[in-house]
Design a protein around this ligand. Sequence first.
Ligand code: ADP
Ligand code: MG
Length: 232
Amino acid sequence: MLKVRNIHTYYGGSHVLHDVSLDLEAGQTVALLGRNGAGKTTTINSIIGFVPPRAGSITFKGATITGAPPYTLAHMGMGLVPQGRRIFSSLTVEENLRLAQRAAGRRNGWSLERIYATFPVLQERAKSGGTQLSGGEQQMLAIARALATGPDVLLLDEPSEGLAPLIVAEVGRMLAALKREGLAMLLVEQHVALAISVADVVYVLNKGQIVFSGAPAILQQNSAMRQQYLGV
Ligand SMILES: Nc1ncnc2c1ncn2[C@@H]1O[C@H](COP(=O)(O)OP(=O)(O)O)[C@@H](O)[C@H]1O
Ligand SMILES: [Mg+2]
């Protein structure tokens, strides 16, 4: 579904990603872990076209997409839940969702009915403005907005960031439900337990390099590696 091969990404003269490769198969949940500043968001930015890699290649559903702009990727079925949610706070919940549906222009976007059945809290808050929502509600809206575009792959950048433990657990249940529906997800997280609970495969980034890839259980058992690269 998504293949990242040996990418190198820079911000100006600063070389941030060094030979990063990863694979995401249809229906899989892949977690990308690493400390703050490891290069997780830069990996997402490279895939979604915000910061095209200078070397290496990325393919999505068999097509080369290296350096393709974000709107092209959205049309092709790549959905993004950005770090920090970035919902439109001047719009209501429903306006945020309708805007995403229209912008993507894809036929298989989730309907409002389907979104509200999956996220009942968003139906209760449908007419509320973005700023009136709690952090957890904003995160649910950010995820729902990406689903409204009808993605085949969902990229999530730290969906648990800044949320209270009970709400993190709720986000975890939501991700597990999306996984059961067969949605492929690339989950960037600093919350290791959350990532391990839903991921089929885990990658660990350290200083822009992949230092581990494998089954979550292996990372779970290797406390030295968790301590060294994740600080937990
Ligand atoms: N827009 C930018 N310009 C320059 N350097 C950046 C920019 N964004 C991130 N960086 C640097 O790139 C490295 C990786 O950052 P990032 O991908 O955001 O890490 P993570 O998401 O894992 O916390 C860090 O050293 C960060 O300071
Ligand atoms: Mg980040």
